[in-house]
Design a protein around this ligand. Sequence first.
Ligand code: AP5
Length: 216
Amino acid sequence: MRLIILAPPGGGKGTQASRLSDQYNIPQVETGKILRQAVQEGSQLGKDAKSYMSSGNLVPDEIMIEIIRNRFAEADCQAGFILDGFPRTLQQARALDKLLDEQEVELDAVIYLNVPVAVIQERLSRRRVCSDCGATYHLDTKPPGQTGICDSCQGELIQRSDDREEAIEQRLKQYSSKTEPLLEFYQDKGVLLEIDGAQSISRVESAIDTALTESQ
Ligand code: AP5
């Protein structure tokens, strides 16, 4: 399976991609996580990306395309992948097409989670993430067993620095100007599967499974 999951910030990409990764035994290639790790490690990539991320802006296309090119060269991506957070601009989408052509493979589907802005603001302000493993929780819809502690690794749960109000607003602006045009791009290719992403996590899961089965 070669999949993309596309949604506004906080639309549930990570939540669904992690499940699909287990279900199809394919790696979840999560660009936001790759960048956050680089920032934490203090690498050159992290230094370059940090200010864009904390202000809610997109990291430049050249950097992102290079990250994906390197990640695709790793062995675990040969049998498939789910891209979570890439592509986010038309330039990234065209670069991805080129990479797939070079490998003589095609995308199976682009899963688009359609979620209204009001729902996104609520989800992001109530999201908590593990400072060690990056697992995602929501204070109401997906709470941890023990307050403030990660179920998987016992790490401390924190709020992401870009889940502040001003950064959320900027992420939404970037999404509508730069990422939304991808919907038409993939619609024209006949691979876009639109899902109502405002439903409960389990209903979104079932809707994705049904849409993927029907598309094959
Ligand atoms: P990234 O980490 O990709 O951030 P994002 O797109 O803003 O997406 P999020 O991780 O915030 O949300 P999500 O859609 O994964 O939702 P989640 O499942 O967590 O990128 C961060 C930054 O890195 C970018 O702003 C940019 O600067 C940079 N970057 C990354 N990739 C880039 C690229 N390709 N080009 C340029 N720059 C790039 O869910 C959110 C919350 O809701 C959680 O609490 C979850 O538990 C809850 N939830 C999920 N689904 C449901 C549901 N159905 N019902 C109720 N609650 C739900």
